[in-house]
Design a protein around this ligand. Structure first.
Ligand SMILES: NC(=O)c1ccc[n+]([C@@H]2O[C@H](COP(=O)([O-])OP(=O)(O)OC[C@H]3O[C@@H](n4cnc5c(N)ncnc54)[C@H](OP(=O)(O)O)[C@@H]3O)[C@@H](O)[C@H]2O)c1
Length: 259
């Protein structure tokens, strides 16, 4: 029986996911990457546009690939930020605005849930019966999922849907059967945040907040964020077990508690 342990992931082409894939590879895991562009750390790449429903995606190729492999975990690190504001009077702009909300719901929530539901049997089947490892499913969530920050409310809604799905998963599976993890990375210096600064109106509170954070060097670098996320997912089993079905704040190193 092979001792190779595999991690399946999305969002590894850029940003936090790219840095996470690098650390996962350095720690001798094998990687199956589903995405639109390779990162260079994958052992197997499957071209996958998360805008498409699973029926239009190469799920059969993925299933064939997973057969007989020991899966350590699945990490959904992909995500998009929709357009943040729209002029009330311009119909074309309005159309694009709502189209981008539908796309963010698809990428930030529906594709994640669809993929997990399809690959659960592979993740759960322990090929190595002596294995003491509990497999995990994880997604990169956001504080916006629980706190509707002005400007991020619709993005937050898509992240909230995924957080809710993970809560439900954590009720279906015991923590030592399948650990279900939602991770807020903090505010990280990636394309997602920089695109908001470049393309959104300066009047938005979120833009003002990010401008201030940037000035004060408060953005977390992606490699630092990935280091914390890796440690949480792969090394800190006690914290990981306690986070089953909850939101883990990687920047603070603690579990989110509702006040
Ligand atoms: N940065 C932050 O401060 C922050 C804060 C809270 C939560 N998050 C969450 O953390 C995750 C990663 O964010 P990031 O900042 O690293 O973002 P990023 O640099 O913009 O990277 C986004 C990743 O998602 C992938 N992706 C987007 N649309 C896709 C599609 N249709 N099909 C396949 N892959 C797609 C991108 O792949 P392509 O290269 O193919 O586009 C890329 O790998 C997201 O879920 C985000 O919501 C980030």
């Amino acid at each position: 029986m092979s001792t190779e342990k595999w991690v399946i992931g999305t969002g590894f082409s850029r940003g936090i996911g790219f840095e996470l894939a690098k650390i996962i590879k350095d720690n001798n895991y094998k990687i199956i990457h589903l995405g639109r562009g390779q990162c260079g750390f994958e052992d197997h790449f499957i071209w996958w546009d998360l805008l498409n429903p699973i029926t239009d995606s190469p799920i059969l190729e993925l299933s064939k690939n997973l057969y007989g492999k020991q899966i350590a975990g699945f990490i959904y690190a992909a995500g998009v930020m929709p357009i943040l504001s729209v002029s009330e009077s311009n119909r074309t702009e309005k159309h694009l605005f709502w189209q981008s909300q539908a796309e963010s719901l698809r990428i930030n929530y529906l594709s994640c849930a669809e993929i997990i539901e399809d690959i659960l049997p592979f993740i759960m089947s322990k090929n190595d019966t002596d294995s003491q490892i509990t497999p995990f499913v994880a997604h990169l969530s956001s504080l916006a999922a629980i706190d509707p920050f002005p400007g991020l409310e619709l993005y937050g809604g898509s992240k909230a849907a995924c957080l809710f799905y993970f809560k439900w998963l954590s009720k279906r599976f015991a923590m030592d059967e399948l650990t279900c993890l939602s991770v807020h990375p903090g505010t990280v210096n990636t394309d997602m945040v920089n695109n908001i600064l470049q393309n959104s109106s300066n009047d938005l509170s979120i833009v003002k907040l990010y401008q201030k954070m940037k000035q004060n060097n408060e953005f977390i670098e992606p490699a630092k964020a990935a280091e914390k996320i890796y440690k949480f997912l792969f090394n800190d089993s006690e914290l990981r077990n306690n986070s089953h079905g909850k939101l883990f704040l990687a920047d603070k190193g603690s579990i989110f508690e509702q006040k």
